[in-house]
Write a protein that binds this ligand. Structure first.
Ligand code: 5GP
Length: 193
């Protein structure tokens, strides 16, 4: 088991509705040593891709993206959730349905911060059905920038997002892939990788 899998077994809590709570070390209280290990893992995987920018989505992706950015030495841009329908032409916009809150948000990135030719590493905390990632990919492509890689801390492999994104040909790396989890027993099974 790797460092993240071990931590999930120790401190993760399986909830009804296919939700894994990791708020004692990743989503609310944050273990910055673990964040640093995640950043390093992404650098080991994508460090030779000529990344010029890291793109994530507020809120939970930001800390992980910042830890990775320390290794890549590039800026982090985070997509902001916006309730506004009147978004001006200075923004890239994508609609994203939230897995945890079951609502839809426009997410926006200023055209100033994502430029044609940028080589983008997308980072997020979880991958479930892939809506958040599809939104970030769409924003990157709207900017005529390239998605060079996608780094996820925890992929829930029993939901379809990972399969869809890999089938589209993206270079997706998840540090931990949960293949099964049981809210009744708390048991969690990881994919060998
Ligand atoms: P997706 O868009 O892939 O369906 O869901 C990804 C987003 O939903 C992530 O940005 C993450 O914030 C949230 N999410 C999805 N599943 C879980 C989960 O099991 N636990 C937590 N804490 N967040 C999740």
């Amino acid at each position: 088991m790797n460092f993240l899998e071990e931590r999930i077994i120790k401190d993760g809590v399986v909830k009804e509705g296919n939700v894994l709570k990791v708020d004692s070390f990743l989503n609310h209280q944050m273990d910055v040593t673990l964040l640093d290990q995640l950043g390093k893992a992404f650098y080991e995987r994508f460090g030779d891709q000529g990344i010029t920018k890291i793109l994530t989505i507020e809120a939970s992706g930001i800390a992980i993206a910042c830890s990775a950015a320390r290794y890549f030495n590039v800026p982090v841009v985070f997509a902001k959730k916006s309730k506004s329908v009147n978004i001006d032409g200075d923004m890239y916009v994508a609609e994203v349905e939230s897995f945890t809150h079951k609502n839809k948000n426009n997410v926006i990135v200023s055209k100033k911060f994502l430029r044609p030719g940028d080589r983008v590493l997308i980072i997020d905390d979880f991958l479930a059905n892939g809506c958040a990632l599809q939104g970030l990919i769409s924003i990157t492509e709207s900017a005529c920038a390239e998605v060079e890689g996608i780094g996820i801390a925890i992929e829930k492999g029993f939901q379809h997002g990972g399969r869809v994104i890999r089938n589209l040909g993206y270079n997706l790396y998840s540090v931990a892939i949960v293949d099964a989890m049981d809210a009744a027993t708390g048991e969690i099974t990881f994919r060998e990788q």
